[in-house]
Design a protein around this ligand. Structure first.
Ligand SMILES: Nc1nc2c(ncn2[C@@H]2O[C@H](COP(=O)(O)O)[C@@H](O)[C@H]2O)c(=O)[nH]1
Ligand SMILES: [Zn+2]
Length: 381
């Protein structure tokens, strides 16, 4: 579309994404009923592992599980968080994740659950202050609030309200963060309301840093910073801790392939569904089409093999350099996923070649048909 005529409504995508009031109220009631029930020790332990299967749990149960994380990391007692305020916070968070294929409340849960698992697996409680752990967990909970299913490239190219508001600088991540603090501005959902101003300031600064770090356009920059400090890493150094916190939210954010195959693969289907929705919209609106989202070019294996080789491994390996115990939990499963998608890629390639071969055979045989007819004609002709 030409300049000037292209004017997508900034609220174009907002009509159908939002959860309805009825849906929210229904989940809230269930959550409140369930939250008084005791979660078993078996589930509490399972919740600390990257093998946790999110697909077995409905949204109200997921809210209870998030509550368990705050409780079992002792945040309730350490930061004097009232149970009803935590419940209201979690409800507001649930309400403000949209009904979209990938960046939804279940993604929020998975990222938070991975962060929670990493905290336990690395015994991080013995290495850094609780306040940093609180920042990490809460950042994970809030990191994609009100995601519309269209990435930053789209926001910028379509000149959406978010891109305008944030001057094309990480529009989504800035928005997720702003929504988080909108929730925290309300007294009834401010889980930090009993903290002294200085602590609140530190938490706010930390959450902003962590959420903004999830913009993948900053990936290489953040990873290089981490690599540079790794040989002299010091848990007592605030600058080092800040980079580690950013790395850990990044790892958690893109960690689906570190999960068992039957948990991870449906997530890829959801991601591709969201990618394809975006590229369809880009085509419809005459915007540049994001190549890795184009349904005419991308397959499941082609999407994953490159992502695993060039994004996941380089990132996960560095975190495992600091915490060698993570190798078996996040590197080994990703290696398996790479094998799985490499095989799938080969199978698809074979299928494509066979199809091409069949088409050539059909073409050759049909192009021979007139000759055959001719041959069948009487010699006198
Ligand atoms: N091809 C794949 N891309 C992935 C996968 N997991 C994540 N991603 C990409 O990274 C960003 C993560 O940031 P978020 O804050 O938006 O969640 C996501 O949007 C994808 O573009 C994956 O398994 N394969
Ligand atoms: Zn995310």
């Amino acid at each position: 579309m030409s300049e000037g005529t292209h004017k997508p409504s900034p609220f174009y995508h907002k009509r159908t994404l939002r959860k309805t009031r009825e849906e929210c109220e229904h989940v809230r009631e269930k959550f409140l009923q369930m939250s008084s029930l005791e979660v078993s020790e078996e589930v509490r332990q399972y919740l600390k592992t990257p093998t946790f299967d999110n697909w077995q749990w409905e949204d109200a149960e997921i809210m209870v599980l998030l509550q368990v994380m705050y409780t079992d990391l002792d945040f309730i007692s350490t930061f004097n968080i009232e149970p009803d305020v935590l419940q209201q916070f979690l409800y507001e968070v649930y309400r403000r994740y949209n009904n979209i294929p990938f960046h939804n409340f279940k993604h929020c849960f998975c990222v938070t659950q991975m962060m929670y698992g990493l905290i336990w697996l690395t015994d991080l409680r013995s290495k850094i202050d609780s306040i940093d752990l609180l920042i990490m967990l809460t950042s994970a909970v809030c990191h994609d609030l009100d995601h519309t299913g269209y990435n930053n490239a789209y926001q910028i190219n379509a000149r959406t309200e978010l891109a305008l508001r944030y001057n094309d600088i990480s529009p989504l991540e800035n928005h997720h963060c702003a929504v988080a603090f909108e929730i925290l501005e309300k007294t009834e959902s401010n889980i930090f309301r009993n903290l002294p101003t200085e602590q609140y300031k530190r938490i706010r600064e930390g959450i902003i840093k962590c959420i903004l770090a999830t913009d993948m356009s900053r990936h290489t920059d953040i990873l290089n910073k981490f690599k540079a400090i790794l040989p002299v890493f010091d848990f007592g150094n605030k600058d080092h801790r800040d980079v580690l916190m950013m790395i850990m939210i990044k790892v958690s954010d893109i960690s689906n392939e570190a999960r068992p195959m039957d948990v991870a693969e449906p997530w890829l289907d959801c991601l591709l569904q969201e990618f394809f929705n975006q590229s369809d919209m880009e085509k419809l609106e005459g915007l540049p089409v994001t190549p890795f989202m184009d349904r005419d070019k991308v397959t499941k294996p082609s999407s994953q093999t490159g992502f695993i080789r060039f994004v996941l491994f380089p990132l996960f390996i560095e975190l495992a350099n600091l915490f060698p115990c993570l190798e078996q939990h996040i590197i080994d499963p990703v290696r398996k996923a790479l094998d799985y998608y490499t095989e799938m890629e080969k199978a698809l390639e074979r299928e494509k070649q066979n199809r091409a071969l069949n088409e050539t055979t059909v073409k050759t045989s049909t192009s021979k048909e007139p000759d055959a007819n001719l041959e069948a004609k009487p010699a006198s002709l």
